[in-house]
Every structure is written in C-alpha cells, then in structure tokens.
Unconditional design. Structure first.
Lengths: 234, 631
C-alpha cells in the first residue's frame, strides 16, 4: 500500500509539473505565481493519493464477502496518537504553505524604484487607458501599450458597475469598483499581444468585454508614446 | 363553494392571494396618491409590493396561521387535534401538515423538484457553451439561466433538502415524537414554494429574469430590470424558512432528547444539524440584510451602494459573504452527518474518534465566521486584511482533515457493504477531498488573484457542492428511503445511477480546472476560440451527468409505488430511527425509548443504543409534557 501510494504520488507530481497549466508567462509576477502553483501541486498530490489509496485498499481488502452478512468489524473507537498525527501534520504543511504564499504576495506587491502609472477605467463594456504626462494632458487610448521590463502600476477605476481588469498572461487581476481606485503592479517580461479579459460579471456585454494588451520593447514604446503625444497635441 | 373558501386549503389560498394582490394594489396606489406621484398606477411598484405582501396572504389562506390566529383571538384551539398528522394519500402532501415526517417528505420532494428544474437549466447552459459564439440563447437569457440555476440549487435545493432529511430523521434519532414547534415547521416548509415560484416567475418579468449571478453584486443588481427583485424577495422567504427551521432544530435537540440521550450519545447527524442550525441562525440574517439593502436601493433610491451619493459598493460584498461563506458550511455540515451515519453502519464499525468528529464540527462553525473576505481578495478592499483571512481559511483545512482521516480510519478493517448509499458516501469522501484541496489552493492569495472568477472556481464549487453535498444527499436519500417510504429501492438501478453520476461528474467538472487555469473567465455566454475543445468535451460529459439523474428519479418513483416492502431495520443499524417500523408509527414511538449507550457500537457483542421497555405512552409535541433528560 505504501509502495502503491509512493509510486502514485510520484507519477501524480511528475504529471502535475509536466502539464502546461497556464497561458503565456509574460510578467515577473507570473513567474512567482506559477512557481507557487507547482509547490501546491507537490503538496496536494500526496494528500489526494493517500485518501484514494486508503479508500481503494479498504474496498478491496475489507469488502463484505458472501457469508459475512452478519459480521461486524472490530469496535475500535479511536487512537489518540493517530489523531494527534493527523491534526499536527496537516497543520505543519498548512503553516509552511501560508508562509510561502505570504512571501510570494510580498514579492509581487513590492514597489520598485522606478514605476510608470497607467490609469485603467472600466465601463460597460470597454476599457480606457490613460498615461499621465508630467505637466501635460494625459494620453488616452483604448488599446493598452506597455514597455517591456518596466514596472507598471495600474490604477483601476469604474464609472458604472464593477468590472475586473485582468490580463491572464500577467496573472494579476483587480476589480474596478465605482467609488474607489484599486491598484496593482506588474513588470512585463515578454513582448507580444495578450488578451485583456473582464473577470467580473458586469451585464449583458460581459463576455464581449475583451481587448488587447501590447507589450512593446522600450524603443518601440517610446516611439509610440511620442506619436500619441503629437496626436493629442494636434 | 363558500365552505371551501372558508376552510384552510388551496381554494382559500387562491382567493387570499388575489385579495393580497388587490390589497397591495390599493396600498401602493393610495400612497402614490398621497405623494401625488405620476403615474398614479405604476406596474413595477405594485408588483414589488405584491411580491412582498401577497405571499403572506397565500400562507394565511393555506392555513399555516390558523392555529395562531385562533389562539390570539381567544377562540378555542385544538391542541390535541391530530387530524393533520400522517399522510394517507398523495393528496395529503399538498396540505398544511404538522407531522415532521410528512413535512420532511414535502421538503425533500419540493427541493428535488427545484433540483430537476435547476439541473435542466445547467443542461441549457452547457448546450450554449458547447461551442464559442451564440448557439441557442442570447446574453440576457444566458446570464439569467446561470443566475437562476445557482439560486435554485443553493437556496431551494441543497439548503432545504438537508433540512428536509433532518426533519424526517432527526426527531426519530433523538427519540422525540415530533419537532419542538410543529406549526412553525409547517410554515417554514410552505415558504419554500413561495421563494422558488418567485425565482422561476422572474423569467416572465419584463426585461427577463435576474441575471446578476446568485451573488447579485451591487451596483449591477440595484440597477437591473424587475426580475432582480424576484431574487431579492425570493431569498427573503427562503432565508426566513431556513432561520425558522434552524431555531426549531436547536430547540428540538436541546429540549426533546429521550431519557439517557446525552449530547455525547447523539448520532453525528444530530451534531451536524446542531452545528448547521447555529450557523443558520447567526449568519442568515446577514443575507436578508444584504438583499433588503438592494431592495431599498432599487425601489426607493436609498443609495446604499451608489458611490456617487456616498454609498459603499464593497459593503454589499462584506455583508453578503458574511452569510454566504458560512452558507457553504450550512450546505456541507449536514452532509458530514449523513456520511458519518452511513460509513459507520456500512463498515460495521464505530465512528473513529467520535468526540473529535463533534468538536471539529463546532470548530468549523466558529472558524466559518472568520474567513468571509477570502471571497474578496481581488475586490479592492483594504490590502492588509487579506493575509489574516488567508490564515483562518487555511486553518479550516485542519478540522476538515480530521473528519476525512477519521472516516478513513472508520473504514479500516471494517466489513464494507458496498451498496448504493455506501458507494455515494465513498464517492463523497474522495471527491470532497479534491474540492478541499482546491480550497486550500484558493486560500493562497496569489493563486486566487489569478484564478478568481475563472472556471477554476466553477470547478471548485461543483466539487464541493456536487461531489460533496449532492453525493451525501443521494447517499442519505437511498439510506433512509426504506424508512421514509416503507419500501426498498432498486439496488441495481442505484448502482447504475452512482457510476453514471461519478464518471459523468468527474468528466464534467474535472476539465473545468484546466480551462480555468488557462484563463477562461466564468459567467460568459461566449469565449475565446482556444477553449472550444475542452468546452465541447465538458458539454458532452454534462449530458451524461444530466441523464444519470433520470435513472435516480425513475428508481425513486417506481420503488415508492411498487418496491418490495422494507423491514424496520434493513441495515442492522443501532440508531433509534431503525428501531421503529418502516414507515414509523404516527407519533414515532409507541413507547418512549431510553438511551443506554453510544449510537455506533458495532462490533461490541450485544450492544444497544436505546431500549423500549418503558410502557409510557409517547405524547405528541404541543401537549407540554416535559421529560427529564439526564446528561
């Protein structure tokens, strides 16, 4: 039974780590979260395997056989040592996971030395993006452009109902709530185009509230920004 | 005819409902006239007032208040009239009845009716999602379908069906002749059809049914068409029913246990319902409050959730989840109780660690109130509260783990009878473990930040509420079917039902974890092309799962009509409900039982839980007989 359990756990963990669960990994935060997921897989699989193996063994070994219709099992009422173990062991695992998750949370929330702010406004059923310019009119677009390797703080607002600003490739999401300004930060690591998805039911057009986030290299982003500023000025 | 309209029943209920609508029409119009509102007659205003008022007229007409009104008016009441006990034909189940056994069956059948309706909606949802783009329904109908699906299955199936099963077996298990408040019990039941009818009628409302999810987040809900109010008001009736039943259970358990039935001799089902009832009486008023806020915002412009007028949008979520997180335990703890009964009887062994099982229930009750904001990790609430909520959430895994490991140890070295109730109990044990594991993953804030509002959440809640709660409900219905109907179900069909359900369930909800992690949001009628393959697979599997329910319904109906007669104790169980005939006598016990030992002493030679040698006649509830209870 132990052998079956160990082998099944090893296969389960290997499978869990081999499967590509997530969409493209396009931010430093995504890397942290994906690693946390792998750790959770490693901690979870043996627990599930344990339950399955015990149930399976009980079904095979202890099922009622013909002639045992009136037989009872032994009157075992408990076992203090066992009960202490299965209270303490999960507690230790839980404490470990919670501390690790807390660390990950601190890391992904950490404010770097330089940061660019993008104001994101949700409304039924579209997103608008504003790039505040020091001493000038902000640049407004409805396509998100961000430079690679630059930490970006999104300030998230809503003008009507609750929306949720989510780029799956960046992993982080936050509700856009009328009346308050939420925020989160990400640092894009890969150029490319990624889906923006509204993740909070916001009405009939909720499933169509999708746009695109473009991660550009620094040079191309700067060029885009200059073009936008000119467009705003003219 | 005049006599029919005066006597309690459906004729009077119909007449009173019309009277109620007329009254609400008059009241609304009068108030609008006093305020000189234009137009004087406003259909929406009248409908909302009538949805609140007419159900009370209906309940009065049906006769649920007759005794109290007679008593309040000083007219003669008939405390010892048991004409409304027992059911002689199927028609008696459509009348107000104060017998807990009749009410239990009324509860179970009504909730399964709503389960079938809600399940049919799930089939429509999956048909729409079988391919990207619009198939059968438009966005309004789709959003309405998943909102009503969830609302019916939560408020009118899982919560009341547990109350129904416990209604039937709990008084029997503790050796009581009935519930403590039989008339309140009847009223609790009759509020459910009201709530369910309101929710279903919303499909006929102008603007369509409520379509804001079962969570009905403001300000989407405060600005929705009329159908939203049918959720808001329906929840009030379902909630009031829940609270009244929970009070009834608490008083019954505390005051009506048979002599010798100390707390530590109670079956775990009784412990589970004791814990659940504590959760209900404390938490359910909060969901009532959240929906009253929405009602006042919607109907009277109170601006509770209007940010432009100083309202606070997040307050809705806090009040809502302060109920709705404990609600997941309201939907799970009674199932824990059912599974404990079945595993012990079917493994022929005492429950392993009985006291820890009871204590872990109470631990879940207490901890359950300290975790609500884990539903709000991405809501924009103050950031610091997230870590404390993560810690308390993760801690709940410990008492839950104790329960799972104790069940496993109960199985160990037993003599397992693998019949339908046992298969569903074992199915629960494994599937709920998966739901629990994804629950621990969801406690981890960074993971939740990514997967919240995706299909990973849909997968998790279905593993907990279907693989968890519904499997225990099936287990319980099969287990007590002989007791409730006096007949045996068809074991072969039962096993077919189990395997179809078990396989269909995993093929349906397992892949939802995957599409969720790949980034598919929930509550969408349309989705990106990349998710098409898995969604078609899920839809196909879900139709198998849906079909499996038909096997169950056929088995129940056919066996109830013409199954072989059941003996009083087909499972050789020790608990008291199996020591009386199937179905039990009209007042449960011809002799009051005296409890002399624990409920699960299987394997102890000659052990009994209760003895019946006392010839004292069992008195019905309401006759004010107090019996001494030894602790």
């Amino acid at each position: 039974m132990v052998v079956v359990g160990v082998i099944a756990s090893a296969i389960g963990i290997a499978l869990g780590l081999w499967i590509d669960w997530f969409p493209a990994q396009a931010s430093t935060q995504a890397k942290e979260i994906d690693t946390l997921w792998d750790v959770l897989i490693i901690a979870s699989v043996p627990v599930f395997v344990l339950v399955m193996v015990v149930v399976g063994t009980a079904i095979i070994k202890f099922r009622q056989r013909p002639g045992e219709e009136l037989k009872d099992g032994p009157p075992t009422h408990g076992n203090t040592r066992l009960e202490v173990i299965w209270t303490a062991l999960p507690a230790i695992i839980i404490v470990g996971l919670v501390i690790y998750a807390w660390q990950v949370l601190e890391t992904i929330d950490k404010k770097p030395s330089s940061e660019m702010v993008v104001v994101v406004t949700g409304q039924q059923f579209t997103w608008t993006f504003e790039y505040p310019q020091p001493g000038g009119k902000p640049v407004r677009t409805n396509q998100l452009y961000v430079p690679q390797g630059q930490s970006i703080e999104f300030k998230i607002k809503s003008v009507d109902v609750i929306h949720d600003f989510w780029v799956p490739a960046f992993r982080i999401k936050m509700d856009a709530v009328p009346g308050i300004t939420g925020s989160y930060r990400i640092t894009p690591t890969r150029t490319g185009d990624y889906a923006i998805v509204c993740a909070e039911l916001c009405g009939l057009g909720h499933s169509t509230m999708r746009q695109t986030a473009h991660v550009l290299s620094r040079e191309r982003f700067d060029a885009w920004m200059v073009a936008q500023q000119k467009g705003a000025a003219s | 005819m005049a006599a029919k309209l005066r006597a309690p029943g459906w004729y009077r209920a119909g007449a009173f409902t019309l009277l109620g609508i007329a009254f609400c029409f008059g009241l609304t119009t009068l108030i609008r006239a006093l305020y000189s509102y234009d137009p004087l007659i406003d259909g929406y205003a009248i409908t909302v007032v009538a949805m609140l008022g007419a159900p009370f007229f209906f309940l009065v007409g049906l006769g649920t208040f007759d005794y109290w009104f007679y008593w309040a008016a000083g007219r003669p009441t008939r405390a010892e009239d048991h004409s409304s006990h027992g059911a002689k034909s199927w028609r008696d189940y459509f009348k107000v009845n104060t017998d807990h056994k009749v009410i239990g069956i009324q509860y179970v059948c009504t909730s399964f009716f709503f389960m079938l309706v809600g399940g049919a909606m799930a089939m429509l949802i999956r048909a729409e999602l079988a391919a990207p783009g619009a198939q059968f329904v438009n966005a309004q109908t789709y959003n309405g379908l998943f909102s009503v699906h969830a609302s019916l299955l939560i408020f009118l199936f899982i919560i009341p069906v547990f109350a129904g099963l416990a209604n039937y077996v709990l008084p029997l298990m503790i050796g009581a002749p009935d519930m403590a408040f039989p008339r309140l019990n009847a009223l609790s039941f009759w509020m459910l059809p009201v709530a369910g009818t309101l929710m279903l009628l919303s499909f006929f409302a102008p603007g369509g049914s409520f379509a804001t999810g079962w969570t009905a987040y403001a300000p989407l809900s405060t600005d929705a068409p009329l159908g939203q109010m049918m959720f808001t008001i329906g929840v009030q009736f379902a909630g009031a029913s829940s609270i009244a039943t929970a009070l009834n259970f608490l008083v019954t358990i505390i005051t009506m246990r048979a002599p010798g039935m100390s707390f530590w001799r109670m079956p775990l089902l009784v412990w589970a319902n004791f814990s659940t009832s504590l959760l209900v009486v404390i938490a359910t008023p909060f969901v009532a409050a959240s929906q009253f806020f929405v009602l006042l915002d919607w109907a009277l412009g109170f601006n509770f959730f209007n940010a432009a007028r100083g309202g606070d949008v997040l307050m809705y979520q806090h009040v809502f989840w302060f109920y709705s997180h404990p609600a997941v335990y309201i939907m799970m703890l009674p199932g824990f109780g059912i599974v404990s009964e079945i595993l012990s009887v079917k493994a022929r062994k005492p429950i392993f660690g009985y006291r820890m099982m009871a204590f872990s229930l109470l631990a879940i009750v207490v901890l359950g109130f300290s975790v609500w904001a884990h539903h709000m990790f991405v809501s924009g609430m103050q950031a610091w509260i997230r870590v404390p909520m993560m810690i308390t959430t993760a801690i709940i895994a410990i008492p839950t783990g104790i329960k799972i490991f104790s069940w496993l140890a109960t199985l160990w070295r037993g003599v397992l009878k693998l019949d339908t109730p046992m298969l569903f109990a074992l199915g629960f044990l494994t599937m709920f473990t998966l739901g629990g594991i994804s629950g621990v993953m969801l406690a981890m804030i960074p993971v939740t930040i990514y997967v919240s509002d995706t299909y990973f959440i849909v997968a998790h809640i279905h593993y907990v509420l279907f693989g968890g709660s519904l499997f225990t409900i099936f287990a319980g219905v099969y287990y007590w079917f002989p007791k409730m109907t006096g007949r045996m179900y068809d074991e072969r069909l039962g096993k077919i039902h189990f395997w179809l359900t078990f396989v269909g369930f995993n093929l349906t909800f397992g892949p939802m974890h995957v599409v969720g992690l790949q980034g598919m949001p929930r509550r969408v009628a349309d989705y990106a092309e990349q998710f098409a393959g898995w969604n078609l697979f899920i839809s196909m599997a879900s139709f198998v799962l849906g079909a499996s329910t038909l096997v169950f319904v056929w088995n129940m109906v056919a066996s109830w009509r013409a199954g072989p007669k059941a003996s009083s104790n087909p499972w050789r169980a020790l608990t008291l409900e199996w020591q009386v005939s199937s179905p039990p006598p009209i007042f449960n016990f011809d002799a009051v039982p005296t409890v002399v030992g624990g409920p699960y002493e299987y394997g102890v030679p000659g052990a009994v839980h209760g003895i019946f040698n006392s010839p004292v006649e069992a008195k019905p509830a309401g006759s004010l007989v107090t019996r001494p209870t030894k602790e």
